[in-house]
Design a protein around this ligand. Sequence first.
Ligand code: NI
Length: 197
Amino acid sequence: MLKNLRVILWALVAIAAVTVAAYVYLDRQNAVAIAPAAIGGPFKLAASSGDTVDSATLKGQPFAVFFGFTHCPDVCPTTLYEMSSALGKLGSEAKDLKVFFITVDPERDTTEFLKNYLTSFDPRIVGLRPSLEQLPEVAKTYRVLYEKVKTEDGDYTMNHTALVYLMDRQGRFFGTLDFEEKPEVRLAKLKRLLKEG
Ligand code: NI
């Protein structure tokens, strides 16, 4: 029962996020000025590459961000697989596109662990590891929710928002990729993002 309630709650969170995204998108279509700070914001986080990624250095480059964790049984590996497949199809067209996978489970996901995990996916996907202090802040800027849930075996899993956020060359929110949407829809969105600006 509690589990069902959780699933419903997380579905509502996802629907709310998509609704916000849809309104922002509609606003864009109507050329209405939107608050540029609605989703996203500056971050400076440890990366799986061993460096630090500072969003300030991304000016002029579009990027995609999503939140997850390497122990995720389903949504995260699927999203990473779908993103890798889209990047493969875009080829050099997406050479400017940076993709960040921000862990919501920094306790288990060390940068080294993220690095090893991501070797199975497109090399343009970079893992970012916020500290436990940085995590709530960066999640808040992207309106991402996450929670630690104890499992019956005494371990834990993480519930989290499953949207991929697309940010344009000026670092402004551009739209989302949604979990398991059609590959051609995803590709079209990424092409629009890359053409912008
Ligand atoms: Ni996940």
